[in-house]
Design a protein around this ligand. Structure first.
Ligand SMILES: Cc1cc2nc3c(=O)[nH]c(=O)nc-3n(C[C@H](O)[C@H](O)[C@H](O)COP(=O)(O)O)c2cc1C
Length: 321
């Protein structure tokens, strides 16, 4: 099976998770310059914004980088055309099956790596020609599926013949080592890059991530079928109250429109949507992207050197004693 670093032309097998409104040319270029694969999050942004960010990134790095597009974006067709014209190295996709775009992307030399949350979707995108899959567990920040990383990654790894990249709950070398043990060939990290020096999210957002404890996130929107993991704040509590009262989809949608932008750009971390993964409790300080990547892989390598030590003499010693 092809190695992720060879496939993507990167030094470390790490992809910076797309983060709508957050992951722009500044973060993407810093991660790529640090040896990982930086990603611009197109989310549902206007196509021309996406083209501009791609061109800015090209000026900031000569390393490969990618763009993530949410397949539910009203601009998906126009953005896909731009990605082909600009010949970005990689496209990652969220919210569905990018099957109908894969042939055109690949003809333009673009690698396609869908984010999936189930074995069934992993198999479908492999059949459609995906180069790899990102198996994202429900520990992750942002829109999530049902299965955890621990359960999802090995099942996807058994089901497909393309490389599996694990996402959700990975923020240090232990997470990387665990992902490899589960059958992953690389990792995608979002929450830890929220506090990268080059991440342009509001400082109050970063501060909240750094302050967060293990139990500070919650999934809102389960009743709508579109769960989102966020830091518990006033907005999250209001959404959960509405859900308890069986409010309809439209009522909940109305409450959430524009709220990620409010947190990211205006720094409103009380009434805004502060998307974050459960691993935020492990994220302790702002650091340059390159330092984050190097630290994580140094830790992972140390773990591999000190492999699990099974004490085989223990039981016989007991018996003999
Ligand atoms: C603030 C935020 C916004 C996100 N936006 C997107 C997005 O636009 N598209 C996408 O595919 N994933 C998105 N994600 C998921 C990340 O790309 C990544 O898979 C996830 O953060 C990995 O889990 P972790 O948060 O535990 O590191 C987002 C995550 C966060 C924290």
């Amino acid at each position: 099976m092809i190695n992720i670093c060879e496939l993507l032309g990167i030094k470390y097998p790490i992809i910076q998770g797309a983060m709508a409104w957050i992951a722009d040319s500044s973060l993407a270029a810093a991660v790529s310059n640090g040896g990982g694969l930086g990603i611009i999050a197109a989310g549902a942004a206007e196509p021309e914004w996406v083209r501009e960010e791609i061109r800015k990134t090209k000026k900031l790095t000569n390393k490969p980088f990618g763009v993530n597009i949410m397949l539910l974006s009203p601009h998906v067709d126009a953005v896909m055309d731009i990605l082909c014209e600009e010949k970005v190295a990689v496209v990652t996709t969220g919210a569905g099956n990018p099957g109908k775009y894969i042939e055109k992307l690949k003809r333009s030399g673009v690698k396609v790596i869908p984010v999936i949350a189930s074995v069934a979707l992993a198999i479908r995108v492999e059949r459609a020609g995906a180069d790899a899959v990102i198996a994202e567990g429900s520990e992750a920040g942002g829109h999530i599926g049902e299965s955890t990383t621990m359960a999802l990654v090995p099942q996807v790894a058994d089901a497909v013949n393309i490389p599996v990249i694990a996402a959700g709950g990975i923020a240090d070398g232990r997470g990387i080592a665990a992902a490899y043990m589960l059958g992953a060939k690389g990792v995608q990290v979002g929450t830890r890059f929220l506090v990268a020096k080059e991440c342009t999210v509001a400082q109050s957002y970063k501060d909240l991530i750094i302050k967060a404890k293990d139990t500070d996130t919650i999934a809102t929107g389960r009743s709508t079928g579109h769960p989102v993991r966020v830091i518990k704040n006033k907005l999250a509590r209001e959404i959960l109250n509405l859900e308890k009262k069986n409010a309809c989809f439209e009522q909940i949608e109305m409450l959430t429109v524009g709220k990620l932008r409010a947190a990211v750009k205006d720094g409103d971390v009380i009434r805004g949507s502060v998307m974050s993964g459960q691993i935020a409790g492990l994220v302790k300080k702002e650091q340059p992207s390159k330092e984050i990547i190097e630290e994580m892989f140094k830790e992972a390598e140390e773990i591999y050197e000190n492999r699990i030590d099974i004490c085989r003499s223990g039981s016989s010693a007991h018996r003999n004693g």
